[in-house]
Design a protein around this ligand. Structure first.
Ligand SMILES: [Zn+2]
Ligand SMILES: [Zn+2]
Length: 92
């Protein structure tokens, strides 16, 4: 499904348009659920796998920010209960 986070194919953080990776916001065991519900966004290499990228050593804050932004977006037209039923926890 199309991303609920963005319409353009660009890094969600810095808007770079090259070297993009599709990131599943709730990765690991929720990767398929993320795919199905559009909980994805494009990230450039640095914001994806770089040291401060979501999967990087110092990326925890960015990871959390994306998870919160995505939940907020979801809750614009759905309930928190529905979110927790999908992802298993609340990030807000
Ligand atoms: Zn970027
Ligand atoms: Zn990723």
């Amino acid at each position: 499904m199309k991303s609920i986070m963005q319409n353009n194919r660009e890094c969600y953080i810095c808007h770079a348009c090259t070297n993009l990776h599709l990131h599943h916001i709730y990765f690991g065991k929720n990767r398929r659920i993320s795919d199905k519900n559009g909980f994805t966004c494009y990230l450039c290499y640095d914001h994806h796998e770089g040291t401060y990228g979501v999967h990087g050593m110092y990326g925890h804050e960015l990871d959390l920010k994306l998870k919160q932004d995505c939940q907020q977006e979801f809750e614009k037209d759905k309930s928190r209960k529905e979110f927790v039923a999908l992802i298993g926890r609340n990030y807000l």
